[in-house]
Ligand binder design. Structure first.
Ligand code: ST9
Ligand code: ZN
Ligand code: ZN
Length: 342
C-alpha cells in the first residue's frame, strides 16, 4: 500500500512538472512572438497633413485655373501653359527618368544643365530624391519597399503615397540602392544644394511673371493657370505609377503589374510603354519601337544626339526582346512559344 501511494505521488508530481514545463514553454513562446512583433512593428499609416492641405489647394486652384483658361485668360496664356508644361515634362522624362535614373544615354554638361532646369520647373522633388525613389520602385516593384506600390490600389500609387509617411521598408531596403553616380554629377549636386531657391523661381514665379510682363495677363489669371499647369502635369505623371500599373497589356512579362498603355504613352510624353520599360529599363526609348508615336521624349533625345550633346544611346537587341516576350509575355504582341532559337 505504501509503495502504491509513493508511485501515485511520484506520478502526480511528474504530471505537475510537465504541466509546469508546458506552461513555461507557452509563456516563452508568447514572449518570443511579442519580441518578434516589437522588432517589426505593424505598419500604420501616418498622415502628412501639410501635403493633404497643399494638394487640396493645388487641385481646387487647378480647377479654377482651367475655368479661367477657358473663359477669361488670353490665348497666349493657354499656349504658354502648354509650352511650359511640356518643357517641365521633358525635364522629368528625358532628364530625371531616362538619363539620371536609368543611365539610358549620356549627356554633355550643357544638356544636363538644360534638363536640370526643365526638371526643376516640374517640381517633382530634386533629381537626387526623384531618382532614389524611382530606382527603389524598379528594384522592389509591387512590394512594401516600392514607394508607390501599385498593390495598394489606384489611389495610393497615384497620389496617396505622397500623403503619408513612407513604409519603413522603402527606407531600409532603399538604402541598398547605389546612388554614387549622382553624387558625382555636379549638375545634380548643385540642383540639390540650391533647390529651395531654384524651385519657386522655376516652377511658380517665372511661369507666372512671363504672361503678366509680355502680354499683360492679369496676375491672378496667370497664377491660377500656373496652378493648373503644375497640377495637371503631376496627375499625368502619376498615371504612369497608377493606370500603367493596373490597366493594359503585358507583352513582355505577364507576372508584373506594369502595363503597356497607349493612352498613358500619349499624355506622359512616351512613358506609357511601362511593361517594356520595367523589363528593359536601360533602353533610352523606354519603348520597343523607335518611332515617335506617343513618344515625344525619344524625338527630343534623338535631336540632341543629332547635334552631339547626347551620346551612347542604349537600345535592346530585337532578338532578345522577342525571346523574352515569348517566354514570359501575355502573347499580345509576340505569340508565346517555346522556340528560343528565333
Ligand atoms: C512627385 C513625384 O509628384 C512623382 C514621381 C513620379 C514617378 C513616375 C515615374 C514614371 C516614369 C516617368 C514618367 C514621367 C511622365 C511625365 C509626364 C508629365 C506630363 N530610398 O521622403 P522622406 C530616407 S513629388 C532610400 O521625407 P517620409 C532618406 O534618408 C510632388 N532612402 O520620408 C530620407 O532622408 P533624406 C511634389 C529613402 O518622412 C528619409 O528617409 N513633392 C528613400 O516618410 C526621409 O524621407 C511633394 O509633394 C528611398 N526611396 O515622408 C513632396 N525615401 O531625403 C512629397 C526616403 O534627407 N514628399 N528615404 O535623404 C514628402 O512630403 C515626403 O517624402 C513624404 C514621405 C511625406 C511622401
Ligand atoms: Zn513602374
Ligand atoms: Zn523607370
Amino acid at each position: 500500500l505504501f509503495g502504491n501511494a509513493a508511485t501515485l505521488f511520484l506520478e502526480a508530481s511528474q504530471q505537475d512538472v510537465s504541466q509546469k514545463e508546458a506552461a513555461e514553454k507557452a509563456v516563452t513562446q508568447k514572449l518570443l512572438i511579442q519580441k518578434a512583433q516589437n522588432l517589426k512593428p505593424k505598419y500604420q499609416w501616418k498622415i502628412v497633413w501639410r501635403n493633404i492641405i497643399a494638394f487640396l489647394y493645388l487641385h481646387l486652384g487647378a480647377l479654377y485655373g482651367l475655368y479661367i483658361l477657358i473663359t477669361a485668360a488670353k490665348f497666349y496664356t493657354t499656349l504658354w501653359s502648354i509650352i511650359i508644361g511640356s518643357f517641365a515634362a521633358i525635364g522629368v522624362t528625358a532628364g530625371a527618368h531616362r538619363l539620371w535614373a536609368h543611365r539610358a544615354y549620356k549627356a554633355k554638361w550643357p544638356m544636363r544643365v538644360i534638363l536640370m532646369l526643365m526638371q526643376t520647373t516640374a517640381f517633382q522633388n530634386h533629381i537626387y530624391e526623384w531618382v532614389r525613389d524611382h530606382r527603389v520602385h524598379h528594384k522592389f516593384t509591387d512590394t512594401d519597399a516600392d514607394p508607390h506600390n501599385a498593390k495598394r490600389g489606384f489611389f495610393f500609387s497615384h497620389i496617396g503615397w505622397l500623403l503619408v509617411q513612407k513604409h519603413p521598408d522603402v527606407i531600409n531596403k532603399g538604402a541598398t540602392v547605389d546612388m554614387s553616380d549622382l553624387e558625382k554629377d555636379a549638375v545634380v549636386v548643385w540642383q540639390r544644394r540650391f533647390y529651395i531657391i531654384l524651385l519657386p523661381i522655376f516652377c511658380f514665379l517665372l511661369p507666372t511673371w512671363i504672361p503678366c510682363h509680355f502680354w499683360n495677363e492679369k496676375p491672378i489669371y496667370a497664377w491660377y493657370s500656373t496652378l493648373f499647369r503644375y497640377t495637371l502635369s503631376l496627375n499625368l505623371t502619376w498615371l504612369v505609377n497608377s493606370a500603367a500599373h493596373i490597366w493594359g497589356m503585358k507583352p513582355y512579362d505577364n507576372s508584373i503589374s506594369p502595363t503597356d498603355s497607349l493612352s498613358v504613352g500619349i499624355v506622359a510624353y512616351g512613358e506609357g510603354w511601362h511593361n517594356y520599360h520595367h523589363i528593359f529599363p536601360w533602353d533610352y526609348k523606354a519603348a520597343e519601337l523607335g518611332n515617335y508615336r506617343a513618344n515625344f521624349t525619344t524625338a527630343f533625345i534623338d535631336f540632341f544626339a543629332w547635334i552631339g550633346w547626347a551620346y551612347d544611346l542604349k537600345i535592346v537587341e530585337h532578338s532578345m526582346i522577342k525571346k523574352r516576350a515569348a517566354r514570359t509575355g501575355d502573347g499580345s504582341i509576340y505569340a508565346q512559344t517555346d522556340d528560343r532559337d528565333e
